[in-house]
Design a protein around this ligand. Structure first.
Ligand code: FES
Ligand code: FES
Length: 228
Protein backbone atom coordinates (compact mmCIF):
# COMPACT_ATOMS: atom_id res chain seq x y z
CA UNK A 1 0.00 0.00 0.00
CA UNK A 2 1.37 3.40 -0.84
CA UNK A 3 2.18 5.81 1.96
CA UNK A 4 -0.44 8.56 2.37
CA UNK A 5 0.71 11.96 1.19
CA UNK A 6 0.64 14.27 4.22
CA UNK A 7 2.13 17.30 2.50
CA UNK A 8 -1.26 19.09 2.36
CA UNK A 9 -2.90 17.85 5.53
CA UNK A 10 -2.39 21.07 7.47
CA UNK A 11 -0.58 19.35 10.35
CA UNK A 12 3.05 19.58 9.43
CA UNK A 13 4.47 22.48 11.44
CA UNK A 14 7.90 20.94 10.88
CA UNK A 15 7.67 21.87 7.21
CA UNK A 16 9.96 24.93 6.88
CA UNK A 17 7.58 26.72 4.48
CA UNK A 18 4.64 26.19 6.78
CA UNK A 19 6.68 27.25 9.81
CA UNK A 20 7.60 30.49 8.02
CA UNK A 21 3.96 31.05 7.17
CA UNK A 22 2.87 30.50 10.79
CA UNK A 23 5.55 32.88 12.04
CA UNK A 24 4.40 35.60 9.63
CA UNK A 25 0.75 35.05 10.52
CA UNK A 26 1.45 35.35 14.24
CA UNK A 27 3.40 38.57 13.68
CA UNK A 28 0.61 40.02 11.56
CA UNK A 29 -2.02 39.18 14.17
CA UNK A 30 -0.03 40.88 16.90
CA UNK A 31 0.44 44.04 14.85
CA UNK A 32 -3.23 44.07 13.94
CA UNK A 33 -4.18 44.04 17.60
CA UNK A 34 -1.73 46.73 18.63
CA UNK A 35 -3.06 50.25 18.99
CA UNK A 36 -2.11 52.03 15.85
CA UNK A 37 1.49 51.94 14.72
CA UNK A 38 2.15 54.02 11.57
CA UNK A 39 2.40 56.95 10.30
CA UNK A 40 1.89 60.65 10.02
CA UNK A 41 1.91 61.99 6.48
CA UNK A 42 2.15 58.48 5.19
CA UNK A 43 2.41 58.36 1.44
CA UNK A 44 2.09 54.83 0.19
CA UNK A 45 2.42 53.55 -3.32
CA UNK A 46 0.31 50.67 -4.55
CA UNK A 47 0.65 47.69 -2.24
CA UNK A 48 3.02 45.05 -3.51
CA UNK A 49 0.19 42.56 -3.85
CA UNK A 50 -1.90 44.84 -6.07
CA UNK A 51 -2.22 43.68 -9.66
CA UNK A 52 -0.28 45.67 -12.20
CA UNK A 53 -2.44 48.43 -13.67
CA UNK A 54 -3.61 47.88 -17.20
CA UNK A 55 -3.18 50.79 -19.62
CA UNK A 56 -6.89 51.55 -19.23
CA UNK A 57 -6.89 51.47 -15.40
CA UNK A 58 -7.88 54.73 -13.75
CA UNK A 59 -4.85 56.69 -12.53
CA UNK A 60 -3.93 56.62 -8.86
CA UNK A 61 -4.53 59.89 -7.06
CA UNK A 62 -3.78 61.11 -3.55
CA UNK A 63 -6.54 60.71 -0.97
CA UNK A 64 -6.36 62.46 2.37
CA UNK A 65 -7.95 60.84 5.39
CA UNK A 66 -7.64 61.23 9.12
CA UNK A 67 -7.61 57.71 10.50
CA UNK A 68 -7.72 57.25 14.25
CA UNK A 69 -6.64 60.86 14.68
CA UNK A 70 -3.64 60.67 12.35
CA UNK A 71 -3.32 62.17 8.87
CA UNK A 72 -2.79 59.82 5.96
CA UNK A 73 -2.19 60.45 2.29
CA UNK A 74 -2.91 57.34 0.26
CA UNK A 75 -2.16 56.99 -3.42
CA UNK A 76 -4.95 54.92 -4.88
CA UNK A 77 -7.28 54.41 -7.79
CA UNK A 78 -10.85 55.65 -7.61
CA UNK A 79 -12.22 52.09 -7.69
CA UNK A 80 -10.62 51.11 -4.35
CA UNK A 81 -13.12 50.57 -1.53
CA UNK A 82 -12.60 52.17 1.84
CA UNK A 83 -12.10 48.68 3.27
CA UNK A 84 -9.24 47.91 0.89
CA UNK A 85 -7.78 51.38 1.40
CA UNK A 86 -7.62 50.76 5.14
CA UNK A 87 -6.27 47.23 4.93
CA UNK A 88 -4.06 47.24 1.85
CA UNK A 89 -2.90 50.84 1.62
CA UNK A 90 -2.94 52.19 5.19
CA UNK A 91 -1.86 48.84 6.65
CA UNK A 92 -4.67 48.81 9.22
CA UNK A 93 -5.73 45.19 9.04
CA UNK A 94 -7.88 45.24 12.17
CA UNK A 95 -10.92 45.92 9.97
CA UNK A 96 -11.97 42.59 8.51
CA UNK A 97 -13.26 41.55 5.12
CA UNK A 98 -16.03 38.99 5.44
CA UNK A 99 -18.53 38.97 2.60
CA UNK A 100 -17.26 42.10 0.77
CA UNK A 101 -20.87 42.85 -0.19
CA UNK A 102 -22.59 44.50 2.76
CA UNK A 103 -24.04 41.43 4.41
CA UNK A 104 -21.91 40.61 7.44
CA UNK A 105 -20.75 43.85 9.10
CA UNK A 106 -17.20 42.58 9.67
CA UNK A 107 -15.88 45.67 7.87
CA UNK A 108 -17.76 48.22 10.02
CA UNK A 109 -15.85 51.42 10.74
CA UNK A 110 -16.96 54.81 11.99
CA UNK A 111 -16.78 57.68 9.50
CA UNK A 112 -17.69 61.17 10.65
CA UNK A 113 -19.33 59.67 13.74
CA UNK A 114 -21.52 57.21 11.82
CA UNK A 115 -20.93 53.50 11.41
CA UNK A 116 -20.74 52.23 7.85
CA UNK A 117 -19.81 49.08 5.97
CA UNK A 118 -16.45 50.03 4.53
CA UNK A 119 -16.75 47.39 1.80
CA UNK A 120 -19.72 49.25 0.31
CA UNK A 121 -18.14 52.64 -0.16
CA UNK A 122 -15.32 53.92 -2.32
CA UNK A 123 -12.42 55.48 -0.47
CA UNK A 124 -12.40 58.56 -2.73
CA UNK A 125 -15.88 59.44 -1.48
CA UNK A 126 -14.35 60.22 1.91
CA UNK A 127 -11.70 62.79 1.01
CA UNK A 128 -10.79 64.75 4.14
CA UNK A 129 -13.03 62.73 6.46
CA UNK A 130 -12.31 61.22 9.84
CA UNK A 131 -12.31 57.45 10.10
CA UNK A 132 -12.16 55.39 13.28
CA UNK A 133 -11.21 51.74 13.03
CA UNK A 134 -10.85 49.14 15.77
CA UNK A 135 -7.20 50.18 16.14
CA UNK A 136 -8.42 53.62 17.23
CA UNK A 137 -10.76 52.50 20.03
CA UNK A 138 -8.06 51.83 22.61
CA UNK A 139 -5.42 54.26 23.81
CA UNK A 140 -1.80 53.28 24.38
CA UNK A 141 -2.70 52.89 28.05
CA UNK A 142 -6.07 51.17 28.09
CA UNK A 143 -8.78 49.40 26.19
CA UNK A 144 -12.10 51.12 25.63
CA UNK A 145 -14.93 50.21 28.05
CA UNK A 146 -16.55 48.11 25.32
CA UNK A 147 -13.33 46.25 24.59
CA UNK A 148 -12.97 45.46 28.29
CA UNK A 149 -16.60 44.37 28.51
CA UNK A 150 -16.25 42.10 25.46
CA UNK A 151 -13.37 40.35 27.22
CA UNK A 152 -15.12 40.17 30.58
CA UNK A 153 -18.34 38.81 29.05
CA UNK A 154 -16.67 36.40 26.64
CA UNK A 155 -18.33 38.19 23.75
CA UNK A 156 -16.32 36.48 21.01
CA UNK A 157 -14.93 33.12 20.04
CA UNK A 158 -12.89 33.23 16.83
CA UNK A 159 -12.86 37.03 16.97
CA UNK A 160 -13.22 37.61 13.24
CA UNK A 161 -16.41 39.65 13.59
CA UNK A 162 -15.20 41.43 16.74
CA UNK A 163 -13.60 44.58 15.21
CA UNK A 164 -16.85 45.28 13.37
CA UNK A 165 -18.94 44.46 16.43
CA UNK A 166 -16.86 46.85 18.54
CA UNK A 167 -17.05 49.73 16.06
CA UNK A 168 -20.76 49.15 15.61
CA UNK A 169 -21.42 49.00 19.36
CA UNK A 170 -19.34 52.14 19.94
CA UNK A 171 -21.45 54.06 17.44
CA UNK A 172 -24.64 52.45 18.76
CA UNK A 173 -24.08 53.90 22.23
CA UNK A 174 -23.50 57.35 20.72
CA UNK A 175 -26.63 57.03 18.55
CA UNK A 176 -28.73 55.97 21.51
CA UNK A 177 -27.28 58.80 23.61
CA UNK A 178 -28.28 61.24 20.87
CA UNK A 179 -31.88 59.96 21.04
CA UNK A 180 -32.01 58.07 17.75
CA UNK A 181 -34.95 55.67 17.48
CA UNK A 182 -34.73 52.20 15.96
CA UNK A 183 -37.31 50.02 14.24
CA UNK A 184 -38.22 48.41 17.58
CA UNK A 185 -38.66 51.71 19.40
CA UNK A 186 -42.29 51.85 20.42
CA UNK A 187 -42.88 55.41 19.22
CA UNK A 188 -40.24 56.42 16.69
CA UNK A 189 -41.23 60.07 17.04
CA UNK A 190 -39.53 60.06 20.42
CA UNK A 191 -36.21 58.89 21.76
CA UNK A 192 -36.48 55.37 23.21
CA UNK A 193 -36.90 55.34 26.97
CA UNK A 194 -34.37 52.59 27.59
CA UNK A 195 -31.71 50.63 25.75
CA UNK A 196 -33.42 47.27 26.13
CA UNK A 197 -31.93 44.01 24.89
CA UNK A 198 -34.38 44.19 21.99
CA UNK A 199 -33.06 47.63 21.11
CA UNK A 200 -29.46 46.37 21.28
CA UNK A 201 -30.23 43.30 19.16
CA UNK A 202 -32.00 45.37 16.52
CA UNK A 203 -29.28 48.01 16.41
CA UNK A 204 -26.58 45.32 16.14
CA UNK A 205 -28.47 43.27 13.56
CA UNK A 206 -26.12 44.34 10.76
CA UNK A 207 -23.24 42.57 12.46
CA UNK A 208 -23.27 38.83 11.98
CA UNK A 209 -21.35 36.49 14.29
CA UNK A 210 -21.05 33.02 12.91
CA UNK A 211 -19.73 31.76 16.26
CA UNK A 212 -23.07 32.79 17.78
CA UNK A 213 -21.70 34.97 20.57
CA UNK A 214 -24.81 37.16 20.42
CA UNK A 215 -26.05 36.79 24.05
CA UNK A 216 -22.64 37.77 25.38
CA UNK A 217 -22.28 40.66 22.92
CA UNK A 218 -25.65 42.02 24.04
CA UNK A 219 -24.63 41.59 27.71
CA UNK A 220 -21.35 43.45 27.15
CA UNK A 221 -23.08 46.37 25.46
CA UNK A 222 -25.79 46.52 28.13
CA UNK A 223 -23.22 46.64 30.93
CA UNK A 224 -21.26 49.45 29.31
CA UNK A 225 -24.46 51.38 28.71
CA UNK A 226 -25.55 50.96 32.31
CA UNK A 227 -22.25 51.37 34.08
CA UNK A 228 -19.95 53.07 31.58
S1 FES B 1 -17.26 42.64 4.50
FE1 FES B 1 -18.47 44.42 4.47
S2 FES B 1 -20.42 43.77 5.14
FE2 FES B 1 -19.28 41.93 4.97
S1 FES C 1 -16.63 35.51 17.26
FE1 FES C 1 -16.41 34.23 15.52
S2 FES C 1 -17.64 35.19 14.02
FE2 FES C 1 -18.07 36.28 15.83
Amino acid sequence: MSKPDSSHDGTRASNPGRRRFLQSAAAAATLGAAPHLPAEGLLMAQPPSAPASSPSAPPARPLHLTINGRPYTLQLESRVTLLDALREYAGLTGTKKGCDRGQCGACTVIVGGRRINSCLTLAVMHEGEEVTTVEGLATQESLSPLQRAFIEHDAFQCGYCTPGQLCSATALLDEFGAGAASTVTQDVRHAPAALTDDEIRERMSGNICRCGAYPNIVAAIRVVHEHG
